[in-house]
Design a protein around this ligand. Structure first.
Ligand code: MG
Length: 389
């Protein structure tokens, strides 16, 4: 068994915490050679002390300076800092747990260097999926393995079966906290209410995305690129309990599902060792105790984000990048209490309708589409009546 040298980006987030827990359980398999986070100095320093040999980076420069003083060790900063960790000659594996489109460039760098990329940062694939797939084709010694629980489930269900034998990929969705909320009440949703996810404990951005179903929309685009399956063969199924993490319908009628407790350590461990299985402590799903499983169709009228994501995915080009960036900017405004809940979807809709980027964008154009959408969201939010709360 060879030791995997991990660079962990997003060390202070929930994916970071679960990854470190997996590493602690298997110190003989995994070694941390690089640690990076966005800006949370105290949490970052505590982790850095546990791994005295790891190289360090914080995206935020003032935060990096403070951490360096605190630790008495060099702490790199900015995008260059993250990329330098990925470029470390010792690194074999990147665990990308960054939030948002800043995760894109480190993924690209890791593929170019032939690393195994364990990807929790779905924005990378949403924004630049076509480009990432072209890069993967050019660098066959690299591989991209999903951490996102639904995609890990699909990966596990497929078990190497070619996707030509697949009828459809079925992504499950918890439905979020507003699954049964009447349409008339959506206008009064507060930040506090939106931050209460029924099953998973995650960061604020993804929790809001789960409540709007934007998260599922982004996951549809993510699945399209990861498994190279057309949008007409991807479905969303609401499953409030989140016990079934996703399913594959094969062309012979067999339906294969992956079930488990809502513990991100499993998809993280599987992404690191797949197609192998390695022991992991923790609770097991007790089906007898559970008794039954419930499913329902998604309501596209109350959750238009889903249809918007399918449309942007089908349109391709820069549309998914615009969808992603506009949503990210709008969610930040909502969390900052500058726009109402329904403003998120309206801002994303507007940006998608207005964008006119080329249909086969390179990375530069995708990044331009990303920053255009962010700027446009701010302009619209502050200039147009109806967006300001
Ligand atoms: Mg997910």
């Amino acid at each position: 068994m060879s030791v995997q040298n991990l660079v962990l980006l997003g060390a202070t987030g929930s994916i970071g915490a679960s990854t470190l827990s997996v590493v602690r359980e298997h110190p003989d398999r995994f070694r941390i050679v690089g640690l990076a986070a966005h800006s949370r100095v105290e949490e970052f320093c505590a982790i850095a002390r546990e791994f005295p040999k790891a190289r360090l980076a914080l995206y935020d420069q003032p935060a990096a300076q403070r951490a360096a003083l605190d630790l008495g060790r060099p702490v790199l900063s900015g995008m260059e800092g993250l990329l330098e960790l990925v470029a470390d000659l010792e690194a074999t594996t990147l665990v990308n747990g960054l939030v948002g489109s800043i995760g894109c460039l480190p993924t690209i760098e890791a593929i170019r260097r032939g690393l195994r990329v364990c990807l929790a940062n779905k924005e990378t694939l949403v924004m630049a999926g076509e480009l990432i797939n072209r890069l993967l084709d050019e660098h066959p010694n690299s591989c991209l393995v999903p951490i996102d629980s639904e995609h890990s489930a699909l990966h596990q269900c497929l078990g190497g079966t070619p996707t030509t034998e697949v009828e459809s990929l079925i992504l499950t969705a918890s439905g979020g906290p507003f699954r049964d909320l009447p349409a008339s009440e959506f206008a009064h949703i507060t930040v506090e209410r939106a931050l209460k996810h029924p099953t998973w404990t995650m960061g604020p951005k993804i929790t809001i995305d789960s409540s709007t179903l934007f998260n599922k929309g982004l996951e549809v685009i993510e699945a399209h690129h990861l498994f190279r399956v057309g949008y007409d063969r991807i479905q969303v199924l609401v499953h409030p309990g989140s016990h079934v993490h996703s399913l594959v319908q094969f062309q012979d009628g067999a339906l294969v599902a992956q079930l488990g407790t809502p513990d991100m350590r499993l998809p993280i461990l599987y992404s690191l060792v797949a197609p192998q299985r390695v022991a992991l402590s923790g609770d097991r799903l007790d089906l007898a105790k559970l008794g039954s499983l419930h499913f329902q169709s998604p309501d596209h009228e109350r959750f238009p984000a889903l249809g918007l994501a399918f449309a942007a995915g089908r349109q391709g080009g820069a549309a998914p990048a615009v969808l992603n960036a506009a949503n990210e900017a709008a969610v930040a405004l909502f969390l900052d209490r500058q726009i109402p809940y329904m403003g998120i979807i309206r801002l994303v809709e507007r940006c998608l309708a207005e964008q006119s980027f080329g249909w086969r964008p390179d990375l530069e154009e995708l990044l331009a589409a990303d920053s255009w959408a962010r700027r446009r969201v701010l302009e619209l939010a502050h200039s147009e009546a109806g967006f300001v709360s």
